[in-house]
Write a protein that binds this ligand. Structure first.
Ligand code: ADP
Ligand code: GN1
Ligand code: MG
Length: 371
């Protein structure tokens, strides 16, 4: 990735050596645009051998790495078993493959106490932060729909909640209120407009939690971080693999649908400074919904379907609340690349919420026509 460097000077060759990789270490470079872990692409000397993704895991955010990894082991084993029965599937590219350590675990702790894991690099994929065509949005929808469908019958105990109450908007709003009171970074007076915009919408955002409590929508296994760059497409821009499995856990389907639309149907980047460029493109919304419902239409109940149109507003709002909270808190959670980055992200997400509000009637009609 241009503009990035291995700032912490980790000895990637040594860390790579803790895992049972097939090839020989050639070089390791920072990779991707994730906001949470430190991710590196490790290339191997041998052309015919796999390359790898090496990640230093963020254990400030994920407090229990062994349980997190156990979830990912269970999920990937189950997905791989499903793919085995699909004719012509390319399992190594359609499912993440954890590389075991020399001790047989799916993670290691280095001499400085850092947690690391390694995946086989999914070759010839395409990854998009901004989606520029309905075809790509449709494929993204198919990928998430298929992912949810394949995990629907995963046996065993419920998955471990890697971040408790992750999309619980009532809790997220309580945390925001607390941080406003504490004002730890002295920034509250600079964001009163954004706080007002959040508070004005707080009540209506609680509807999904309410429907869940009333038993009208079921808890299912969901991904919970379906931003479009966590969905890899293949060299022909067809659905390939859903990655970033750290938050796969019990949730409502609206969380996945909403987060995917937040990124797949946004005409600009998540952190665009020129707010006039930030809008929801209804054609991309429709295409994603078509792809998603082509895989899940038969399993979702009527109330789940009805509230799909509302989900993008909820999740875009929730992420805005989280960016704003982190800005007020002095940037402790998300990686930032400039001083006001979290504020810029908040503003762009709130603009996107407004664009969705303007088009809400059309979104509801599209969902009604598709279901
Ligand atoms: P974060 O939680 O920080 O977003 P991710 O697990 O999403 O971390 O990884 C960051 C980026 O690395 C992804 O957006 C993707 O570009 C890339 N990536 C992760 N795993 C793989 C893989 N197995 N093959 C190819 N690219 C990957
Ligand atoms: C983080 O991990 P990444 O960069 O794909 C975050 C998501 C946010 C997203 C906003 C574990 O996603 O919840 O929606 O940033 N992941 C976690 O871009 O908090
Ligand atoms: Mg990611």
């Amino acid at each position: 990735m241009p503009g990035k460097e291995n700032k912490m000077n980790y000895d990637l060759k040594e860390i790579f050596g803790y895992f049972t990789a097939e090839g020989t270490f050639l070089k390791g470079e920072p990779y991707g645009s994730g906001h949470i872990h430190d991710t590196f692409l490790v290339e191997t000397v041998e052309k015919e051998k796999d390359d790898y993704i090496l990640q230093r895991l963020n254990n400030n955010i994920f407090k229990n790495i062994p349980e997190l990894q156990h979830n990912i082991e269970r999920v990937t084993v189950h997905l791989r078993n499903k793919l085995k029965s699909v004719a012509g599937s390319d399992i190594k590219r359609e499912c993440l493959s954890l590389v075991p350590s020399r001790e047989g675990k799916s993670w290691i702790v280095d001499r400085n106490g850092n947690f690391w894991r390694m995946y086989i690099f999914i070759s010839n994929h395409r990854s998009y932060n901004i989606v520029d065509s309905p075809d790509k949005a449709f494929e993204g929808g198919k990928a998430i729909g298929r992912f949810q469908a394949m995990l629907a019958d995963m046996p065993g105990e419920p998955l471990f909640e890697t971040i408790p109450s992750f999309h619980d908007i009532e809790k997220r709003l309580q945390t925001l209120s607390l941080k406003i009171k504490e004002n730890p970074a002295g920034r509250v007076s600079s964001v009163t407009k954004e706080i007002d915009m959040v508070l004005q919408r707080a009540e209506e955002m609680k509807i999904i939690l309410k429907l869940g409590r009333e038993g009208k929508i079921p808890v299912r296994i969901t991904h919970n971080d379906t931003k479009f760059n966590n969905i890899l497409l293949d060299e022909n821009d067809k659905a390939l693999c859903v990655i970033d499995l750290d938050t796969v856990m019990p949730g409502y389907v609206h969380y996945d649908f909403g987060d995917a639309i937040r990124t797949a149907a946004n005409t600009a980047a998540e952190d665009e400074q020129d707010l006039s460029k930030v809008n929801m493109d209804i054609r991309l919304f429709k295409a994603y919904a078509e792809g998603y419902l082509s895989e899940t239409g038969k399993t979702l109940n009527n109330i789940e379907k009805e509230y799909l149109a509302f989900a993008p507003k909820l999740i875009t709002y929730t992420i805005a609340v989280r960016f704003l909270t982190d800005f007020i808190d002095g940037d402790k959670y998300f990686k930032i690349h400039s001083e006001l980055h979290n504020l810029q992200r908040t503003r762009a997400q709130l603009k996107l919420v407004m664009s969705m509000e303007e088009q809400y009637g059309d979104m509801q009609k599209i969902i009604r026509d598709l279901t």
